[in-house]
Design a protein around this ligand. Structure first.
Ligand code: UTP
Length: 302
């Protein structure tokens, strides 16, 4: 069996949920504390044993390439000023071997993955989406690779979501289960509310066999008029069986505003320097809000 050594990070979407912030800056460069979201994803891939990463970029995504490039002037200045701790952090982002390919039009996630087919060739590979950051004892992608190595089949990372959230995700109709590994009857992309076959949702981590490109190459349009990766996975599932794996770890949804803010707060609360001032700040904000609500309740002006 061929080992999984390559990964695709699709990053060519328009990021409309964060406009206007993403008008000139890729959403993948929005930081959680001091690190762009895409760097968390790249680090997960490397910690999972991936050796070559291809980032699918599009218009206005130059900042991603600059971020992972060497910044001679900046490094020199930091060194001269003795700011070695920051220098170390800056160097970490240029120490990885990334490749880039452009998706000329954002025709959907499935199309973005298809754009990287020549780089992948005839090997199994991982896909990591920047919308989800996963904190886990064993990196999420590594967990999926382990399942792939055990079964020889494509494995999709899933976790439970609330029933009111299923319409936002690709959803799995699960079959037989052994521990956290499910056979899958059907994958459905963003089912209308109330029609989801379960609340097991696809979480932006995949290990796929290269046969997926046969289906992506059909360029069939799915939900939202886009070429959907989930639709191709469903076809692959009918052909050779695809597993869903309920991975261990906390998953942070950074692809939409509320999730992004909650993630930032959670990460800040676990940061030594920020924890206490942040807690004091939140307390003050909450008190101010409560006072406002009391005044509104009394019909007074705020
Ligand atoms: P999303 O739908 O979450 O990203 O796609 P988006 O389109 O950028 O965001 P919104 O919905 O407009 O706010 C999931 C991932 O797939 C990539 C995105 O960059 C994101 O990482 N993607 C999506 C592509 O690379 N190409 C596409 O055509 C669509």
């Amino acid at each position: 069996m061929k080992k999984v050594t390559k990964a695709i990070i699709p990053a060519a979407g328009l990021g409309t949920r964060f406009l206007p912030a993403t008008k000139a800056m890729p959403k993948e460069m929005l930081p959680i504390l001091d690190k762009p979201t895409i760097q968390y994803i790249v680090e997960e891939a490397i910690e999972s044993g991936v050796e070559d990463i291809i980032v699918v970029t599009g218009k206005g995504k130059r900042a991603i390439e600059d971020h992972f490039d060497i910044a001679f002037e900046l490094e020199h200045t930091l060194e001269a000023k003795g700011k070695f701790e920051i220098l170390e952090k800056v160097r970490k982002s240029s120490n990885v071997n990334l490749h880039y390919i452009r998706q000329k039009e954002p025709k959907g996630l499935g199309h973005a993955v298809w754009c990287a087919r020549n780089f992948i060739g005839n090997e199994p590979f991982a896909v990591l989406l920047g919308d989800d950051i996963v904190e886990a004892d064993v990196p999420c992608t590594k967990q999926l690779i382990e399942q792939y190595e055990r079964t020889g089949r494509s494995v999709i990372g899933v976790q439970m979501v609330g029933v009111d959230q299923t319409h936002r995700y690709g959803i799995v109709d699960p079959g037989e289960r052994v521990d956290n590994l499910y056979e899958v009857n059907r994958f459905v992309e963003k089912p209308p509310q109330g029609q989801a076959p379960s609340n097991l949702a696809i979480m932006g981590r995949y290990v796929l066999t290269p046969d997926i490109f046969d289906y992506l190459g059909q360029h069939e349009l799915g939900a939202g008029g886009e070429i959907q990766l989930t639709d191709a996975i469903q076809k692959l599932n009918m052909d050779q069986g695809v597993y869903a794996f309920d991975f261990q770890g906390i998953r942070y949804d950074v692809g939409e505003k509320l999730g992004f803010i909650m993630t930032t707060i959670d990460f800040a609360l676990r940061n030594k320097e920020l924890r206490h001032p942040l807690m004091t700040g939140i307390e003050e904000l909450m008190e101010r809000e409560l006072r406002k609500q009391i005044l509104v309740g009394r019909g007074e002006k705020v």
